[in-house]
Design a protein around this ligand. Structure first.
Ligand SMILES: [Zn+2]
Length: 485
């Protein structure tokens, strides 16, 4: 028997049913958040903890083969780029799938958002707050559950050093780059597609779970043919493309210049066209073997990107829709194609959905919920969602304190940032141009304030955080890519 330190906590939900009385929501966030279920090593027989103590159900290999599962994450991909001529391959895929029109991330930062996707928890519970934090082993990921159930698991990740080397290897038997090797900081979409297809279309095997991560629409942006064509006689700071460093250093100027913003959008859209081709190549059926026909495919992103809206660029530290809204499309081999779901869903719903689709028991205490029923045309509960952000300009110490937050409540979004509260009707004002007068929304403010306070109070702080030691050359590369200032 392996021994380890592990204490399960009953997690406060990330999302509440909208019909739930405030008292009940508070009870879930407050009281339950602090009642912990102690679990001594003696009580844990298996090497893999399951918070419910429910053993993982092994796949019955004598029975019908479960569907494979493929999760595609396009880092920094804005949901509003779909369906406007830039993404023919993804649009064709969406027409065969269920499109979730109102999906949001828990935080517009790569590592914590991915942590939510894999654990079903918000940053206040999984503890990853920054790029550079490591997802602690005590987190049980959906991948670990599927692997233990008998899935063959593989990750093809363009940002190996940021992701698989920082705790996101958990549950994967195969990694595109060795966890402890000197992997490139960023692999191109072509490389990732080739690696993933070699494996997916390889010899017959157990049902698989594959995670394919593209970084092509994250800065730096190259001047590809599309962007060059759009450039015209523009000769500004983005004329030859944009590194993260350029965007960080010139964000004020770019975001206040219509010409720079037009060029930035052209660069971003050029990258979107490129990654769309990769998705098309990835999803081409395997030669001579209809493997993908029998595969559940999920396409999403970890967060979006500001391209000059609100006079801001990039995504870290943002609560605007351009940063928090994400695409979420799920194609299931036996589901009716062409469905849409308009209920609000979140990135932390992905982990329980994966576990559910893999036929496994969802551990108790996750903040996300399975949205699998929506793929089969059923309605799912409308819920309130919370997203968080680091404080811009805060030092490390302050950053681990209470975060700025956004609450999604029906068609309203309440943003608390630097002590200021703003409310938007995002159904009718998706660009968040005109805040609703707070004097007309006292009830909404009070309700969201209570939820925000409870979210902050339920924060486990640094319990599961292990700060990764970054070497100086990695820090330089991260700076060049715009991850750190
Ligand atoms: Zn990201």
């Amino acid at each position: 028997m392996k021994s380890f330190r592990w204490t399960s906590r009953v997690a406060p939900p990330l999302a509440f049913p909208r019909s739930m009385p405030l008292q009940m929501s508070l009870l879930m966030l407050g009281t339950l958040a602090f009642s912990s279920v102690a679990c001594t090593p003696d009580e844990v027989e298996d090497a893999r903890p399951t918070p419910t103590g429910v053993p993982v159900q092994a796949i019955d290999h004598a029975g019908p083969k479960p569907h494979n599962i493929l999760v595609i994450v396009i880092d920094t991909f804005r949901a509003d780029r779909l369906g406007r001529g830039l993404t023919p391959k993804m649009d064709a895929f969406a027409s065969e799938a269920t499109v979730f029109n109102r999906a949001v991330t828990t935080i517009a930062t790569t590592m914590p958002a991915h942590a939510s996707m894999f654990t079903g928890l918000a940053p206040n519970r999984h503890g990853v707050r920054w790029n550079g934090d490591e997802l602690a082993d005590s987190n049980l990921t959906a991948v670990e559950i599927l692997r233990d159930a008998g899935y063959e698991t593989a990750a093809f990740v363009s940002k190996t050093r940021l992701l698989t080397q920082a705790g996101f290897h958990q549950g994967f038997s195969i990694l595109s780059d060795p966890r402890n090797g000197r992997a490139p900081l960023n692999r191109s979409g072509e490389e990732i597609t080739a690696m993933a297809r070699d494996w997916i279309c390889g010899e017959p095997r157990k049902p698989f779970f594959a995670w394919v991560h593209y970084n092509d629409v994250h800065s730096p942006y190259e001047l590809n043919d599309f962007a060059k064509e759009q450039r015209g006689d523009y000769a500004g700071v983005l004329a030859e493309g944009a590194t993260g460093k350029t965007l960080l250093a010139n964000s004020q100027e770019i975001a206040s210049s219509p010409e720079d913003m037009r060029m930035l959008n052209a660069l971003y859209d050029g990258a979107v066209l490129g990654v769309d081709r990769q998705i098309g190549n990835l999803l081409d059926e395997c030669p001579g073997d209809p493997i993908l026909e029998d595969t559940i495919v999920i396409l999403t992103s970890d967060h979006g990107q500001l391209l000059g809206e609100h006079r801001e660029l990039l995504h870290g530290g943002k609560l605007w829709e351009q940063a928090l809204r994400i695409p979420l499309i799920i194609r299931h081999p036996t589901a009716r194609p062409g469905l849409t779901a308009d209920e609000r869903v979140g990135i932390a719903d992905i982990a329980p959905t994966l576990i559910d689709l893999g036929g496994q028991n969802i551990p108790a205490g996750l903040q996300g919920r399975s949205i699998a029923r929506a793929i089969f045309g059923e309605e799912i509960e409308e819920r309130v969602y919370v997203s968080e952000v680091k404080r811009e300009g805060a030092d490390e110490e302050a950053a681990l304190g209470p975060a700025d937050l956004a609450v999604y409540d029906g068609h309203h979004k309440v943003i608390r940032k630097a002590g200021e509260v703003k409310i938007y009707d995002i159904a009718n004002d998706a660009e968040e141009v005109q805040p609703i007068p707070t004097s007309q929304s006292q009830q909404l403010i009070e309700r969201s304030q209570v939820l925000m306070d409870a979210y902050s109070q339920a924060d486990t702080g640094a319990v599961s955080v292990k700060r990764e030691e970054l070497d100086p050359s990695t820090i330089d590369e991260l700076r060049a890519l715009g991850y750190i200032e």
